[in-house]
Write a protein that binds this ligand. Sequence first.
Ligand SMILES: C[S@@+](CC[C@H](N)C(=O)[O-])C[C@H]1O[C@@H](n2cnc3c(N)ncnc32)[C@H](O)[C@@H]1O
Length: 247
Amino acid sequence: MNAQIETTGIKRLIKSAFQGFGYDVVKLRRSKLAKPIDENYVEILDDPAFQASVKEVSGITLLDTARLANLWMLCRASNPSGSLIEIGSYKGGGALHISNSCPTRPIFVCDTFEGFGDLKIDPGADRHFKREQFTDTSFESVQAPWAGKGRDVRWVRGYFPESAENIEISNISFVHVDTDLYESTAKTLDYLRPRLIDRSVVVFDDYLRSVDGVVRAVREFTAAHPDWAAFPLFPGQGLMINRDWFA
Ligand SMILES: C[S@@+](CC[C@H](N)C(=O)[O-])C[C@H]1O[C@@H](n2cnc3c(N)ncnc32)[C@H](O)[C@@H]1O
């Protein structure tokens, strides 16, 4: 009992020491896999272009290899005549990776490039997120790796979708929504719906990953627009497609 109290006291002490230096301490939840992921003969893992892209973006994205693989394959599966868009880019690695998978297609990269700022963070649905997160980036550092690549990249800086007021966004067929927040996700979907062409693919990050705001926004959208259906993708993404895929 005494040892228990002592351990709790030490943990609290360590936590407040880190907080004193401006860091937060959170407990990570890890699952022990009875059947670890089998990488043998998984074709995308041997694709040199995919490998090079993962290497290029590894320091500037929060996305792991599995989620990067889903983005790579689904972007290529979407209507090739449409443009790509990522909403919520932070350090830009996810957007660059999506562009690497389909380098000839135009891409819109949307973020404040300085964190959540004044965006609405719902204390319930968005409870895992803090206003100070994602501030360790900058517009210039996100732009830098694109220099000399010859990509058709359009920067949409500010609070999306208001930030797109004077930018022509249309003919989209691949969307990566990685905003974390309920209101941002809901507004993004409403804004993009009329701008999506047939055989579009929408991928959400943090779907069924204890981020209630994202799931709520997607469920509300599919309830209001039953021609769209959403499915979970392992690990922690969602896929949404329109019935036009089956026409
Ligand atoms: C989890 S990070 C994105 C991670 C990134 N996709 C990656 O590959 O690492 C979430 C980002 O969403 C941005 N964000 C959230 N809502 C936004 C909105 N309405 N407009 C612009 N940026 C937004 C934040 O600024 C933050 O950079």
